[in-house]
Design a protein around this ligand. Structure first.
Ligand code: HEM
Length: 385
């Protein structure tokens, strides 16, 4: 690890500890003793049943068996990103969808041995995921360097961490030593991954079932500062919201025009064509993306409100305050008192957002499959050994 990364790791750890201490003081001073006794468990928010408390995850797990592992992943993600920046958001989203369903176990990558489309990857919320080919590429580099050592689950987590940095987000430390699942969770993925059309209480409930509170949820959604949202995920808001024959009233009118002009040809062919051109800060984009797989037929909006690689987060929250959230579920964050107060704070305090986001990403990457002790290190990420 070079000096800058070491330094940012220690600064980050310090921030995490300070923020933990503040939050504990606010809520329950007595828990401080438990924090001392189980510091690592607290770092990952270890009260939830889904969060690893006893697994053998540790910092720099591969330092003996494959000392170059993290470096190989870092430089592979960087070179993929240099060729195609859309790789970074694709890998961040892949990480979320893997970890949110039965923990970070690379179950998202599995294909059925008989070619049936009934693995997790084919669950409805996962049909628009990208980045599978990129994970395979990284895995093949690792297999050349140290065969059979680095799990696909760790590759997803480390590649997402690198992608967050490339997208302008914070560096955060992650533990490694995950095992790959031998099971895929198609049904659970359909049931547990949050729906973009959900109202706030449902989204809060999805996250709370995984052990995340409102603050952590709002900070995680800051990941929607980067990447693309295709029209199919918000077109219902543009003309006939909830069968009202009117657009979603929470949408800023100018932004509504922009979205209509971006999506109108494919998503609502009969609608009048608007005259407003896409603004420079949130330009429209075709969906074609480097990251192979399930590319979608329609247009979409880029979410890098601040331009690629610029500081990550603040403008996403400011956009929500202006009624410019792309997904209904994003915009809903401003409809509840507590979530709205976090949106306001993150909109004006980048450091607070980056600290909270990094902390929540550590927690997300620590969600574990209860059966991971029976897992394996897959040789090919899409198949069990
Ligand atoms: C309520 C929770 C969430 C919902 C409903 C949701 C839904 C979506 C949808 C519908 C898209 C657009 C996909 C497309 O058009 O191809 C998207 C993109 C994305 N999401 Fe989420 N998401 C949620 C939470 C998260 C979280 C927690 C993260 C990461 C920590 C995340 C990271 C991303 C990223 C980076 C993209 C852009 C992907 C790309 O450009 O390839 N999302 N999300």
């Amino acid at each position: 690890m070079d000096f800058t990364r070491k330094l940012s790791f220690f600064v980050f750890l310090l921030c995490v500890l300070i923020s933990l201490m503040n939050r504990k003081a606010e809520t329950n001073r007595n828990q401080w003793h438990r924090l001392q006794g189980a510091r690592r468990r607290e770092l990952v928010g270890g009260e939830s049943a889904n969060v690893s408390t006893e697994a053998s995850l540790r910092y720099d797990y591969y330092s003996d068996m494959c000392p170059m592992a993290e470096k190989i992943i870092r430089s592979a993600v960087r070179s993929l990103y240099n060729r195609q920046p859309s790789v970074a958001p694709a890998l961040i989203r892949l990480f979320f969808h893997d970890c949110f369903v039965q923990g970070c176990d690379a179950s998202i990558l599995l294909e059925d041995a008989y070619g049936r489309n009934d693995t997790e990857k084919y669950a409805t919320p996962n049909l628009s995921l990208k980045g599978f080919g990129e994970i395979d590429l990284i895995k093949s580099e690792l297999e050349q360097a140290c065969p059979g050592i680095v799990s696909c689950a760790d590759i997803i987590v480390l590649a997402a961490r690198e992608s967050v940095l490339l997208a302008g987000g914070p560096f955060y430390p992650v533990f490694t030593g995950r095992r790959d699942s031998i099971t895929s969770f198609y049904q659970l993925a359909n049931e547990q991954l949050p729906n973009p059309q959900n109202e706030l209480f449902k989204t809060l409930n999805s996250f709370s079932l995984k052990g995340f509170d409102a603050r952590e949820m709002v900070s995680l959604l800051g990941a929607h500062s980067t990447g693309i949202i295709h029209c199919q995920f918000f077109s219902d808001r543009l003309y006939d919201f909830n069968r009202s024959t009117k657009p979603d009233p929470s949408l800023d009118p100018q932004f509504l025009d922009l979205l209509r002009s971006t999506c109108n040809t494919t998503s609502h062919p009969s609608s009048p064509s608007p005259s407003l051109p896409p603004s420079s800060s949130s330009s429209s984009s075709s969906s074609s993306s480097s990251s192979e797989d399930n590319s979608l037929p329609d247009q979409g909006m880029k979410m890098d409100y601040e331009g690629p690689g610029k500081s990550f987060g603040t403008l996403y929250y400011r956009s929500l305050l202006q009624g410019r959230g792309l997904l209904f579920s994003d915009q809903q964050l401003t409809s509840g008192e507590e979530t709205e107060s976090w949106v306001r704070r993150y909109a004006s305090d980048t450091t607070l957002f980056q600290t909270d986001f990094g902390r929540a990403m550590i927690k997300l990457s620590s969600l574990q499959n209860a059966t991971s002790s029976t897992g394996q290190v897959r040789l090919n990420c899409s198949r069990v050994n």
